[in-house]
Design a protein around this ligand. Structure first.
Ligand code: HAM
Length: 416
């Protein structure tokens, strides 16, 4: 009976509570990312976590897994079909169009928040997960792709993860190149149709490029000899990809070309990329994105180029856990012995906190226990306050590194 009650109130499958330790990692990642993005001239945007379902159906494509299998969609009380956002780009572009932001291009935006996908939960894959993302709107140049990648690489370096992941890039070319390639790929795959996995048989009709990154072993064997995109690129597409690579070399950003990288969302053209790690099992992509020049028009706006990426903060946090451990800040502790001393400790800590100092005051326990707690928290310095028999207070300042204690005045304790 008790077990049944407990399970009823567990968090929903695929969601998790960000308890203080984990939340601290999330916060540090978000802070590192947005402070770095600001140095590249990006500004923050926040869009709602739900949109009319059409926003995602139009932009991600009906055949993308995100839309066909993974959306949280419901009809609201007014009869509208609403979807919890599975990613951030569609909402940013919807906002760009509906808020008339086209007159302000080029725009460089970043965002952070929860996304929702009904995927099979496993390590590194959640149904509510968090992305930090960036989008550049209105820049056609390959240098915008390079700037995006440079920003991603700088953040990864600041999080000390550069040794633990690799940038994979590919090009999907422009519409003309992609259509030619699509035809060649379908011609190659059609004779194998019955041998393909059930999912890939559907994709062969609707979205054959997705078969290239199928995880099915049988599909992988068939795909191994498939024609390659690079042989179907027209001059414009070839030059664009060359320019991106030149830009990466210029900035010493290491990368590897992965000709099978196609990405799951339909809106991409030209550059697609993923930073991957082998340390998180099957869910190795920690940051991914690409160029999406047709998306603004698709959502009813003027022809506008776009490029961006999103990082999976849950996955970064799993990787960073060790790196972040020694970034804890040491408090100043206020340790009271006696009732009046405790009131004074609360007052002194408030003064220091108003100067942005991190302080701890221990409201319970005896004096010895309080000293132990302070030590455990890594206290650097403490103010010790004692009730005196005559009703006055005595102050001491203790240096926790040397263990040295010396008498202090109230004025000194106020300024610590
Ligand atoms: P995405 O590849 O679908 O792209 O997601 C970006 C990142 O979010 C992934 O690399 C991964 O780290 C993380 N992620 C995705 N699904 C999950 C999940 N179920 N659990 C945990 N983490 C997950 C996009 O979302 C595009 N909007 C990126 C973009 C921005 N393209 C252009 N601009």
């Amino acid at each position: 009976m008790l077990i049944a009650c407990m399970s009823k109130y567990q968090s929903v499958r695929g969601t998790r509570d960000l308890l203080p330790e984990l939340k601290r990692s999330f916060r540090l990642i978000d802070e590192t990312a947005y402070k770095t993005a600001q140095t590249y001239g990006f500004s923050e945007i926040e869009t709602p976590i739900f949109e009319f379902s059409d926003v995602f159906h139009r932009s991600l494509g009906e055949t993308s897994d995100a839309v066909s299998k993974e959306t949280y969609t419901f009809t609201d009380r007014g009869g509208d079909s609403i979807t919890l956002r599975p990613e951030g780009t569609a909402g940013v572009v919807r906002s760009f169009v509906s808020e008339g932001l086209a007159q302000h291009v080029p725009l460089k935006l970043y965002y952070y928040g929860p996304m929702f996908r009904y995927e099979r939960p496993q390590k590194g894959r959640y149904r509510q997960f968090y992305q930090f993302g960036v989008e550049i709107l209105g820049l056609e140049s390959a240098l915008a792709d390079v700037e995006c990648l440079d920003l991603a690489w700088t953040i990864i370096k600041k999080l000390k993860l550069s040794e633990r992941c690799i940038l994979e890039i590919n090009t999907l070319g422009d519409v003309q190149s992609r259509n030619r390639y699509r035809q060649a790929l379908v011609a190659y795959l059609t004779p194998y149709k019955t041998e393909l996995s059930a999912d890939s048989q559907v994709r062969l009709e609707k979205n054959p490029l997705r078969i290239l990154d199928s995880k099915d072993e049988g599909d992988k064997k068939i795909v191994a000899n498939a024609p390659l995109m690079e042989n179907y690129l027209n001059e414009t597409s070839k030059k664009f990809f060359d320019d991106v690579q030149q830009g990466l070399k210029n900035l010493n950003i290491p990368y590897k070309i992965n000709p099978k990288l196609v990405r799951g969302l339909d809106y991409y053209c030209h550059t697609v990329f993923e930073f991957t790690t082998t340390e998180l099992g099957a869910q190795g992509a920690i940051l991914s994105g690409g160029r999406y020049d047709g998306l603004v028009e698709m959502l009813g706006g003027p022809k506008t180029a776009g490029v961006g990426w999103a990082a999976g903060v849950d996955r970064l946090a799993d990787l960073c856990a060790v790196n972040l451990e020694n970034q804890k800040v040491a408090p100043i502790s206020f340790i009271a012995n006696g009732e009046n001393a405790l009131k004074e400790a609360v007052r002194l800590a408030s003064l220091a906190r108003n100067r942005n100092q991190y302080c701890e005051v221990f409201l319970t326990g005896n004096f010895k226990k309080k000293l132990e707690k302070a030590n455990k928290l890594g206290t650097s310095k403490a103010v010790l306050i004692f009730d005196q028999e005559n009703g006055s207070l005595e102050y001491k300042i203790k240096d926790f590194t040397t263990g040295e204690e010396k008498a202090a005045t109230q004025a000194e304790a106020e300024k610590i």
